[in-house]
Structures are given as C-alpha cells and as structure tokens.
Design a protein around this ligand. Structure first.
Ligand code: 5GP
Ligand code: MN
Length: 361
C-alpha cells in the first residue's frame, strides 16, 4: 500500500492513517449465511421488541421492517406495550401492532409468522405474555441484541454487548448480508434514532464502528440535526413541570456513597398526567452532579414498582438490577420490576448501595 496516499496533514503534523483499521467490529460469518438462506424466499416475518419500547427498540424494529419489506417480505412489527408519542414521526409506526391494545392481533401475527426477529431484548420475560407465543412458535427465531447474557430462546443469535445499540447491529447485519445499498434514508433515519438515543447523543457506549455507521447513514442522506430535533424537542409543558417536580421534591442524595435516588408516587402519576414514556430520561439528570456515581429512579406504577438504574464508569448497575430488582440490562443502564411498596424499594436501594459501592467520604 502506498503510504503517501494514506497520510494527511492535520494542524501541520504528518498524520499516518495507514495503520488504522476502519472496521473494528467482529464479523459474524456463520450466522449471516444461515440468515441469508432463510431470507432467500419471501417470508411472513414478525419483528418484536421489548415492552416500553425506547428509541433503540423502535428504531431497530422499524428500520429492519422497512429494509425487509423492500426486499420482498411481508413484515409486521409487534410491540408488547405502547410506544411514546415522541416517536410517532417514525415512518410506518402507526401500522405496528401493540399487544396491550390488541392482544388477539398481536398473538395472531406471531402465530402466523414463519420468521420471528427478536430485537433489543435478551429474554422472553421482556415481552410479557407474547413470550408464550414466541416460545411455542415453530417459526425460525432470530435474535439481534446488545444486552448482556442473552437467554437461548432463538435459533440464530446476533448478540454483541459491545454494540452501542441494536440499531448499530441491525446495520451491521444488513451490511454483512451484502445489502447495505438497500438502506435508504427512511430506513437510515430509523437506525440513526437508536444510535442517538442509546448513546445519549454519542456520549457513552460507543465504539469506533458506531461512528462508522453514523457516518454511513449521514452519507446516504439522514439529516441528523432534524432527527435529533424531532426526538428531543417534542416535549410538552407537562414534561418540564414533571422534571421540575422530580428535581425539587422527589430527589434524595446519599453523599457518602455518591448515590442519587428519585421516586414518583401513584398520586404523582395522576397529578402530572404521566403517560408511558413521560419519565424517560429523567433519571439521567442525577448523574449531572459531579460526585454522583449511581442514580436510581423508583416508580410506583399501577401494579408494580419499576426501577431504573444508571451508573458512571466501572460500576455495574446490571448486577444490582439482576440481584435485587428482578431485572437486568447493561452495565451502566439497567432496570427491573418488583411487587412491593414504594417505600420498601426506596429503603432497599439505600441498603444495597453500600454493599456495592465504596464509601466516598
Ligand atoms: P430503563 O431504565 O430505561 O427502563 O431501562 C434501562 C435498561 O435496562 C434497558 O436496556 C432495559 O432493557 C433494561 N431493563 C429495564 N427494565 C428491565 C426489566 O424489568 N428487566 C430486564 N431484564 N431489563 C430491564
Ligand atoms: Mn438498546
């Protein structure tokens, strides 16, 4: 290779890029050839993401659906529970079946399919009762996911915990199928959505490949400025009032261990007219404090206490979520659900943090 062709001048220094690999992500040859065989004929495909779908679950499902439709398959997207209204701009999302709104249609879609893609979740308990239909289905099941420790419920696994998002992995799978040229700006916008949301706007969870995918999607025409505007600047007054309430009245700081705890009561849900997705992102505010290393958000939902955990650096909230709150997720972002009282769970958070964290002062 001509090293002169690969060198460029940055701020007056000669910078040699000949040793820089452009693709850092491992290849998935065997699973790709299995998938290629399955997709060689027009299929009846169902794509399922986890309950309370977020930007990555929605973007990866809708992006994969848009790609598969273009390649001649019949595709239905099924979400176990409704998606936040801030994602209604995603093309085709109105055609998605929501299990909570139409159980019969969701079950029928799964039962009638011959291929099931499971996106952005690692265990059947993440899709509630739909899990039964998936478990007993004769369809070929394919996992595309970046959570830790996937359960073995699928036939083909594309599981990479180093991947920033499931959207990044969907791009990679399409690319390795040799079909990158079929990703158009609409599909690209869906996939870019998960890149933005699961990395907190490229602040965490990235690897070099993440930026390669972002660059490729931007190159093909995704307007990332407009997309971020649609994702983040669509809040209503009530969302900011709720955030203010959480910060002013529902936050406790445990200075000794660098932990922030927030909670919302059932009455708050009524008073602030909190709908699905309205609390998303609030937990992250606590990490904006210099010494806070772990943030816990405890939500008193109608039948269950839901907990969202976030951490900085090497602290694994995934372990904490799994061990104490019947949940899981990623090292720095995890969650769970427990049948108990709000007060019990707040107390439990206060009790378990000192077991996992060093004292700061
Ligand atoms: P969030 O706090 O935004 O609801 O979720 C953060 C992360 O934790 C997500 O990646 C999600 O998949 C995971 N997570 C949230 N709730 C649960 C749960 O109840 N069980 C499991 N296994 N993972 C969860
Ligand atoms: Mn994700």
């Amino acid at each position: 290779m001509n090293s002169r062709a690969n060198s460029c001048v940055i701020h007056g220094n000669n910078f040699d890029i000949s040793n820089i690999l452009l693709t850092f992500a491992p290849v998935m040859t065997e699973s790709i050839s299995q998938l290629k065989q399955i997709l060689a004929f027009p299929r009846q495909i169902v794509i399922i993401a986890h309950r309370n779908p977020d930007g990555d679950a929605i973007g990866s499902s809708m992006g994969l659906a848009s790609f598969l439709e273009k390649t001649g398959h019949n595709v239905k997207v099924v979400f176990p529970s409704d998606y936040p209204q801030s994602y209604k701009f995603i093309k085709g999302i109105e055609k998605a079946v929501v299990f909570d709104n139409d159980q019969a249609a969701a079950r029928k879609a799964v039962d009638d399919s011959d291929v099931i893609f499971c996106l952005d979740f690692n265990g059947l308990d993440r899709i509630d009762k739909l899990g039964e239909n998936v478990q007993f289905s004769k369809a070929k099941k394919i996992l595309i996911d970046h959570h830790l420790d996937p359960e073995p419920f699928t036939d083909i696994e594309f599981s990479e915990t180093e991947s920033s998002s499931t959207c990044e992995l969907v791009f990679k799978v399409i690319d390795e199928l040799g079909e990158r040229h079929k990703i158009d700006p609409d599909t690209g916008e869906c996939l870019f959505t998960g890149l933005i949301t699961d990395t907190g706007s490229f602040r965490y969870g990235t690897r070099p490949y993440t930026y390669e995918v972002a660059a490729s999607l931007k190159q093909l025409g995704v307007d990332d400025y407009k997309l971020a505007d649609k994702i983040f600047n669509s809040q209503k007054e009530k969302h900011l009032r709720l955030l203010g309430h959480c910060l002013a009245n529902r936050m406790e700081i445990i200075q000794d261990y660098g932990v922030g705890i927030m909670w919302l009561t059932r009455k708050d849900y009524t008073d602030f007219d909190i709908q699905r997705g309205d609390t998303e992102g609030i937990v992250n505010y606590m990490l904006m404090m210099e010494n806070i290393r772990v943030a816990a958000f405890v939500l008193e939902q109608p039948s269950i206490i839901k907990i969202s955990l976030r951490s900085k650096g090497d602290i694994s909230v995934q372990e904490i979520a799994q061990k104490y709150f019947n949940g899981g997720g990623h090292k720095n972002a995890a969650g769970g659900g427990v049948y108990a009282s709000l007060q019990d769970i707040i107390e439990k958070v206060k009790k378990v943090m000192p077991v996992h964290l060093d004292r700061l002062v």
